[in-house]
Ligand binder design. Structure first.
Ligand SMILES: C[C@H](O)[C@H](O)[C@H]1CNC2=NC(N)=NC(=O)C2=N1
Length: 97
């Protein structure tokens, strides 16, 4: 599927609205670390993110250890950051609101 990478200006304006996320990997991805009370809560969150990801056909790269979950979003089909990452990040944030 062809997806457009965000331009530098677009990255900046979208990221202003995603204050918990930071650019990484040479601005080709965004990441955020989440911390929970215990493993159960972390994994419950991952399950909810997994459902979202399937529904959107857009999948996170992530790392979990005990109560921490690190999520990295990038669009492999675009070779960088796209609006699909921004949208998924917003939905993930909403799960915790
Ligand atoms: C064929 C399928 O639509 C694609 O491979 C989807 C699946 N999930 C994906 N997830 C992410 N993060 N990037 C993609 O480019 C992507 N592409």
């Amino acid at each position: 599927m062809s997806v457009e990478q965000l331009t530098k200006d677009e990255r900046k304006s979208w990221l202003d609205a995603l204050s918990e996320w930071r650019l990484c990997r040479d601005d080709s991805a965004i990441e955020r670390t989440f911390e929970f009370a215990n493993f159960s809560e972390a994994f419950a969150f991952m399950t909810r993110v997994a459902m979202l990801a399937e529904r959107k056909d857009h999948h996170p790269e992530w790392f979990n250890v005990y109560n921490k979950v690190e999520i990295t979003l990038t669009t492999h089909d675009a070779g960088g950051l796209s609006l699909r990452d921004v949208k998924l990040a917003r939905k993930i944030d909403k799960l915790l609101a």
